[in-house]
Design a binder for this molecule. Structure first.
Ligand code: GLU
Length: 424
């Protein structure tokens, strides 16, 4: 194994450093601290799938369940060549904090398959998804652990998981199980507003920040990294404010346009050509130029560890709203604090997805379907309340937003552990 692989930054180390900082500041109970510093279950499965050419390939899938003190394990599944146990552990832990901050009765989990989905046909992806669901078997369940979409997964994949899971339960229980996954297509029991929910939550947080800082979003310039579900929805929703999207970066490269890129046309373009580069009227720029773009707001909505010792000094923005999970590493975070760039942390900023997953779960349990404006209103109320609670905590503890967000989550878990105690 090469040294560079061994030296790769551990995302989970970032989580533990963030956790320790908050736990020290709030003097978190020592026993609770020990419990929350480890995961509950770590499931790793290797499973065979027949490819279109008749050959068999073996895939590796993960599901890490961090904590379920506040409710069933909950969190997405991602399909990506970089998926590994360390990353999934970090993402599962962030899910526990996320649900606790926005006060929904879920714990935290995350999973995924190590693969590049662009290399497989739709029918191969269907067989991979179904076989993974079969391998997880009753490690997931509607009242136990509820997956959802994440990077490179979508409502169609959730529908295949649902269908496979239902085939594994006795016929008379099937109607009681459709909340085994959220983020389903609306026709298969999904919620209106779930698809845009993460992006919508990010925009609600940006609106709160703008109110707090007397900042006029109408004349704002912003840049987005990642143009998948989260990035593209943020861009489409920011349009209603008149804010200008001046640069976007994705796996194909980065583009820039001083007088603004049209988010709807860019979505169409990405759907057709698979990436943002060569979007008509835009100029192609390199990664460094993209990161240095002068703008008001940066929305990282791609993967972890993008804002680091190398890239944090380049940024030329007032606010970073973390659409992705973990886009800023520990050193990057310190540099941003020194440079007084505001950050709305991931576990608050992108919690809109899991919040509307909760609404979907409730609708399924009650056989209801809510109107879109009902979903949006509830989401706005919940995320705004969480935003205010985190803001108050920054003041109470004289600390940064990320640490304050952790303190809000950890306080909630600490109370529950103290009330319930530890068995036996
Ligand atoms: N994958 C999303 C997240 O990271 C949503 C999780 C969910 O809805 O369970 O927050």
């Amino acid at each position: 194994m090469s040294v560079s692989i061994l030296k790769k930054p551990s995302v989970y180390d970032n989580v533990i450093r963030q956790f320790n900082k908050a736990a020290d500041l709030m003097t978190l109970d020592q026993s609770v601290r020990k419990i929350l510093a480890s995961t509950t279950n770590e499931i790793m499965v290797n499973f065979p799938v027949k490819m279109d050419n008749g050959c068999i390939e073996i895939f590796t899938g993960y599901r890490v369940q961090h904590n379920n003190a506040l409710g069933p394990f909950k969190g997405g599944l991602r399909y990506h060549p970089m998926v590994n146990l360390d990353e999934v552990r970090a993402l599962a832990t962030w899910m526990t904090w996320k649900s606790a901050i926005v006060n929904i009765p879920f714990g935290g989990a995350k999973g995924g398959i190590r693969l590049d989905p662009s290399k497989y046909s739709l029918s191969e992806l269907e067989r991979i998804t179904r076989r993974f669901t079969f391998a997880l078997a009753h490690n997931i369940g509607p009242e136990y652990d509820i997956p959802a979409p994440d990077v490179n997964t979508n409502p169609q994949i959730m529908a295949w998981i649902l269908d496979t899971y239902l085939s594994m339960v006795p016929p008379k229980e099937r109607q009681r199980c459709i909340h085994v996954v959220t983020g389903k297509p609306v026709e298969s029991g999904g919620s209106l507003g779930r698809n845009k929910a993460t992006g919508q939550g990010v925009v609600f947080c940006i609106e709160e920040w703008a109110k707090d800082n007397d900042f006029d979003l109408d004349s704002a310039k912003y840049i987005v990294q990642g143009f998948g579900n989260v990035g593209s929805w943020v861009a489409r929703l920011m349009k209603s404010h008149g804010a200008r999207l001046i640069a976007v970066e994705d796996v194909t490269g980065a583009i820039y346009k001083q007088d603004g890129l049209n988010p709807d046309a860019l979505c169409e373009f990405v759907r057709e050509y698979g990436g943002v580069v060569n979007f008509p009227g835009s100029e192609k720029v390199d990664h460094e130029t993209f990161m240095s773009t002068e703008a008001d707001i940066f929305i990282p909505a791609a993967l972890e560890n993008q804002i680091t010792e190398e890239t944090a000094p380049l940024l030329n923005v007032k606010l970073i709203a973390e659409g992705a999970n973990g886009p800023i590493d520990t050193i990057g975070n310190e540099i941003l604090q020194e440079r007084e760039i505001s950050v709305i942390p991931d576990i608050l900023c992108n919690a809109g997805g899991v919040m509307v997953s909760y609404f979907e779960w409730l609708q399924n349990k009650r056989s209801e379907s809510w109107e879109l404006d009902e979903v949006d209103t509830k989401l706005q109320k919940k995320i705004t309340n969480a935003y205010k609670r985190v803001k108050e905590t920054t003041e109470d503890f004289n600390t940064d937003w990320r640490t304050a967000a952790y303190i809000v989550a950890l306080s909630r878990l600490e109370v529950v552990y103290k009330e319930r105690g530890i068995f036996p």
